[in-house]
Design a protein around this ligand. Structure first.
Ligand code: SF4
Ligand code: SF4
Length: 368
């Protein structure tokens, strides 16, 4: 069976601006059937790294917030801590970065709540019927929320070809432990030359997996459960994840984490993809390179697979921009994601998500 994806292009006039189109898209997609009086609604966004500028603009998110409130919902904006030691590695720095990027209450009209707590460890192990995984670690506030509206910047991604709604759910809603499962099969590693032997990581480990030996931290892989708390505990940035998982498996696990994020949300989700500023890499970087296609528009659906498939097709069917990271596939119909990352089979995430019945790749695109 086909899913419906509603689409608005970037054209506007004095009769209707883009904010008006966002509202109409949500109404057509049936947001009023999904959000009910008193629902606590997680608006899952990417707050953007400091220095990045391609995340979805806060004024667009405000329009989504307004539509949720019209339905009687109580929206909050949410995101999760990063796995790596960067500018958003725990709630304090992540929320500071978010506010500096414009996601302040005065702008978006909703409070900000990290879905995975202060240090990325406030999570629920959600049982799923995945092929690879039987439980996934999801940020507790995602599980607690009554509904999810995933607001996603659709762009290329260095590990998954593209990053869309599935990635916003799967990686973006998972705890640090969940991210670790997706990215690595082994324990973090200590870079001895940066380790001062201070012992902070040891105190952060609840599994007695770290010892200081001859003034340097050592992790026992047999005791390590991959919670990744030691990575953020280290002020020297000496503890690092080993990014060893293959791209296909990252995408497979990502789809299964997405399944966990929406496990108890049947009929309570809407996905809105902004196919704007389609940068070659994710918004976790502190910069954003030139877009590989011109701005295309906005897709909304209640099916995360269909909305990503439609967004990918729209990007691929657009003419590619010269003088960008796009190396080939510039012609309409050319594979833009392989044109940036030739070795990544981006379809894996869609195929697996469809296989585990998260949605369908078959869709009808209705232009509003
Ligand atoms: S916290 Fe960092 S510097 Fe301190 S002992 Fe652990 S790895 Fe070494
Ligand atoms: S990842 Fe977690 S369990 Fe493993 S050593 Fe670090 S703190 Fe301990």
């Amino acid at each position: 069976m086909k899913s419906t994806v509603y689409f608005a292009d970037m054209r506007t006039s004095h009769k209707e601006n883009l904010m008006g189109k966002i509202g109409r898209l949500l109404v057509r997609a049936g947001i009023a059937d999904r959000i009910h009086q008193g629902d606590l609604v997680a608006v899952k966004v990417h707050f953007g790294e400091r220095g990045n500028h391609t995340f979805v603009r806060p004024i667009f998110v405000r329009r989504v917030v307004e539509e949720i409130k019209k339905c009687g919902g109580m929206p909050f904006l949410t995101d999760s801590s990063t796995l790596y030691p960067g500018e958003r590695k725990e709630a304090v720095s992540a929320l500071t970065c978010a506010i500096e990027n414009g996601f302040a209450y005065a702008v978006v009209g909703a409070p900000l709540i990290m879905c995975d707590g202060l240090r990325g460890g406030t999570a629920v192990d959600v049982p799923i019927a995945g092929e690879l995984l039987k439980t996934v670690s999801i940020g507790a506030e995602i599980v607690e929320a009554d509904a999810i509206i995933a607001v996603t910047h659709f762009k290329c991604h260095e590990l998954t070809g593209f990053g869309g709604a599935l990635k916003n759910l799967g990686m973006g809603c998972s705890s640090r432990a969940g991210k670790m499962v997706q990215h690595s099969t082994v324990a973090p590693k200590v870079a001895e030359k940066f380790c001062t032997g201070c012992g902070l990581c040891l105190k952060s480990c609840a599994h007695d997996a770290i010892a200081i030996i001859e003034g340097k931290a050592q992790i026992d892989p047999d005791k390590c459960v991959g919670c990744s708390r030691c990575i953020t505990a280290c002020l020297q940035k000496a503890v690092n994840i080993q990014w060893n998982e293959a791209s296909d498996l990252v995408m497979t696990k990502l789809a299964e984490h997405a399944m966990g994020a929406v496990q108890n949300k049947e009929g309570k989700t809407v996905y809105i993809n902004f196919i704007t500023q389609v940068s070659p890499a994710c918004d976790c970087y502190g910069h954003a390179d030139a877009p590989i296609v011109n701005d295309i528009g906005i897709c909304v659906s209640t099916d995360p697979v269909a909305v990503d498939q439609a967004s990918a097709d729209l990007v691929n069917n657009a003419p590619g921009n010269a003088n960008t990271a796009l190396q080939n596939g510039h012609e309409p119909g050319g594979d833009k994601f392989r044109g940036v990352y030739p070795h990544i089979n981006w379809e894996v995430q869609l195929k697996h998500a469809e296989k585990i019945r998260l949605g369908t790749r078959t869709y009808e695109l209705i232009k509003i």
